[in-house]
Structures are given as structure tokens and as C-alpha cells.
Design a protein around this ligand. Structure first.
Ligand code: FDP
Length: 343
């Protein structure tokens, strides 16, 4: 457990405990806890409830469709992405717990307006991951990570506060907006999942201490990119889907929203891969908003996360919107893939 987060150990809350009660119990387990972390988490949770509510009404409220604008990744921004981004910023900025934020939808660091206290934490997020799924009513999600600030306390945060490696994350999590909405988070010691009851308006502990299986039976990759991959990846995919005396053929599942594909991988095991290819030489997924938080969660549950050569959590970021190849999942499955990809 990271001693850099002002909250006590997770221990075991009974199934059915509300997320709020679970966080307060943890806070009381650490004498010197200030309540800052709990406060920040409550704001993230509130933003998740607001986004989840809007996502579930997307078709009704006429919010589907594109704004016509283009984001910093060169992709068309959809109205729900905008809404999710604004919701998180406006919910968190006034709370006094963070000094700067970084969002996948915003090119520059997001400063905290001067009228609000500048807190000790740094929040980074992908407000609506898998946005290609919005219009077809498939799962999407929000990903977030929290670091301690590096800049002096009291003043505004800086770019340096955002460019921290994943190994220094103090907490990370995601919310998947699916057939039910779930929030999964970790402070590094264990991974807990909470399912949302819309009737009550609360997240309840449903998946305590998630452990990823050592080996799974599913591989998850956009196989449409087969002809753009390096030979090692093509050989690995040929191998994994071919039954042999030592293993059955793996099943392919690819939702196309990293949150949803990683959520399944955490619960069922297997591997999720987005390698570099001829279109994306550095990979497609963003280190700070997607790869690092997911690597933190998967490692905390007993899994492995690599960029093909190095541990994702050890990559030193040099740019806010940096991309990286990812190989994430059950340790034995990632080891197999890396034997082909990085012999
Ligand atoms: P999206 O572009 O729809 O937002 O990085 C974003 C992401 O989705 C991931 O969530 C997803 O895993 C990946 O891109 C899908 O990319 P491909 O369509 O290239 O497979």
C-alpha cells in the first residue's frame, strides 16, 4: 500500500458496503488522514454518477452526434466527450484537493482557478474512453489516476506535476458504463469493484479484492490491423488462436473501448494488446490517461503491463498526450506475447 496517499489500508469491507462508507472506514484507519483523498474521491464519484446518468439517457436527450470540433488527438469530439470532460473539471476544481488536472480532451494542463484552494493532489483522466461506442449503445468508460503534487504546496500546479510515471500513482480507477455501471479502483494494495444502484444513487461493493487469473483463455486485439503489425505480433496472434497439444485456441473478444476490454480481462483473465503498427509507430493508446492507470490496476490485481519491452509503470512521460504500445493482462499470457513481440 502506498504511504503517499492520506487514507488507511483497504482491508475487507463486507459486500454491500457503500463506496462512501468504505472510504470513510479507510480514512479512520489512518490517524493522520486529512480527508483530502476521501473528498477528492467523493467528487470523482459524483462526476461519475452525473456522466453515467447522461450516458444512460444519451438517445433520449438528443445528445448523440458530433460537435463538429476536433480534439488534440485529431479525432472528432462528440457531445458526450465534452459533457464528461466539463463535468469532471467543474466537479473537482472547486474542492480544494487538486492543484492541476490533465484530460485526454484538453491539450494543455487544466489550471485550478485562483479563487479556489490549490490542493496537494494531481488528477488525470480520460473523461469518456471508447467514444466510438457511444452511437451504438455499447460500453464506454471514464479512466482516472491521482498523483501527489511535486511542486511546492499552496501555489498552482505545473506540467511537471502531470508528467509523473505510473509507479508514483497513489490511486487509479475507472467507471464502466455498461449493462450496469461499475467503479473499480485501487490505491495499489488491492482492487475493489462497486456496482451502481440507480434507484438508490449509490455504488455498493460487489467485487472485493479482484485478482486477475494467472492465465486466461481470451485475447483482445484489433485484428483488423493484422497487416500493419510487425512480424512478431502476427506470429503471436497466429499462435494464440491455433490449438495445439499444449493449449486450446484462445477466444477473441474486442469491444473497442479499453475500459470495457480491460474490465473483462481483470475479471476473466487473458490479455489485451494494442501494439505499435505502421499507422501508429508509438502505439495508439495514451500513456497518462489510459495505459498507466490501467497498468496500475492490473498490477495491483496480480497482472502484468508492458509496452513490449518495459514495465508501463516505469515509463517516464515527456509529453501530456504521449502514446504507448500496451500488453496488459494475466501474467502468463503477457509473458507468452512478449516472447513473440520482443524476443
Ligand atoms: P476510442 O478511439 O473509441 O476512444 O484510445 C481510445 C480507444 O477508443 C480505446 O478505448 C480503444 O481500446 C481503442 O481506442 C480502439 O481503437 P481501434 O478502433 O483502433 O481498435
Amino acid at each position: 500500500m502506498s504511504s503517499r496517499v492520506s487514507i488507511g489500508p483497504a482491508e475487507t469491507s463486507p459486500v454491500g458496503t457503500t463506496l462512501e462508507r468504505h472510504l470513510l472506514d479507510r480514512q479512520r484507519r489512518m490517524a493522520e488522514a486529512t480527508g483530502d483523498f476521501t473528498g477528492l474521491f467523493q467528487q470523482i464519484t459524483l462526476a461519475a454518477k452525473i456522466i453515467g446518468s447522461r450516458v444512460s439517457k444519451a438517445g433520449l436527450s438528443g445528445i448523440l452526434g458530433r460537435t463538429g470540433a476536433t480534439n488534440v488527438q485529431g479525432e472528432q469530439v462528440q457531445k458526450l466527450d465534452d459533457f464528461a470532460n466539463t463535468t469532471i473539471v467543474s466537479t473537482v476544481e472547486a474542492g480544494g484537493h487538486v492543484c492541476v488536472m490533465g484530460s485526454e480532451e484538453v491539450e494543455e494542463p487544466i489550471a485550478i482557478p485562483a479563487q479556489y484552494p490549490q490542493g496537494k493532489y494531481v488528477l488525470q483522466f480520460d473523461p469518456l474512453d471508447g467514444s466510438g461506442n457511444i452511437d451504438i449503445n455499447a460500453s464506454i468508460g471514464t479512466i482516472f489516476s491521482i498523483h501527489r503534487r511535486l511542486s511546492p504546496e499552496g501555489g498552482p500546479g505545473s506540467l511537471g506535476d502531470l508528467l509523473q510515471p505510473g509507479r508514483d500513482i497513489v490511486a487509479a480507477g475507472y467507471i464502466v458504463y455498461g449493462s450496469s455501471n461499475m467503479l473499480v479502483y485501487s490505491t495499489g494494495d488491492q482492487v475493489d469493484g462497486f456496482t451502481y444502484d440507480p434507484g438508490v444513487g449509490e455504488f455498493f461493493l460487489s467485487h472485493p479484492k479482484i485478482r486477475i487469473p494467472k492465465r486466461g483463455g481470451i485475447y483482445s486485439i484489433n485484428e483488423g490491423n493484422y497487416h500493419s503489425w510487425d512480424e512478431g505480433i502476427r506470429n503471436w496472434v497466429d499462435w494464440i488462436k491455433t490449438p495445439s497439444e499444449t493449449k486450446p485456441a484462445y477466444r477473441l473478444r474486442y469491444i473497442g473501448a479499453m475500459v470495457a476490454d480491460l474490465h473483462r480481462t481483470l475479471l476473466r483473465g487473458g490479455i489485451f494488446v494494442y501494439p505499435s503498427d505502421t499507422k501508429n509507430r508509438k502505439g495508439k493508446l495514451r500513456l497518462l490517461y489510459e495505459a498507466s492507470p490501467m497498468a496500475f490496476l492490473v498490477e495491483a490485481s496480480g497482472g502484468t503491463a508492458s509496452d513490449g519491452k518495459n514495465r508501463i509503470l516505469d515509463i517516464e512521460p515527456t509529453a501530456l498526450h504521449q502514446r504507448t504500445p500496451v500488453f496488459i493482462g494475466s501474467p502468463d499470457d503477457v509473458a507468452d506475447a512478449l516472447r513473440f513481440a520482443a524476443p
